[in-house]
Design a protein around this ligand. Sequence first.
Ligand SMILES: [Zn+2]
Length: 83
Amino acid sequence: MNCSQCNQPIEPERIDLGFTRCKGCAFDRPEPKVKGAMTYHHKTAGSLNVMAPESYDHFKKLSRRVGQRSTLRNVLHSGGRLV
Ligand SMILES: [Zn+2]
């Protein structure tokens, strides 16, 4: 079996593990990993949201909390302050 990117033979151990790219390609251009974040729709029993890296960055930008500041300030115009 050959690599899906460089068309060179893949190491047999990697084929056994189900990989389709050779070690060189995998280390040169790693695939972005999915990430997860806890969300709470109720007081208890949070759930894990698995999302793409871009979605995770956006989620963290909106849900980031600094000190006692409300997370609503992350989505309001001018941070919720009057201009
Ligand atoms: Zn390759």
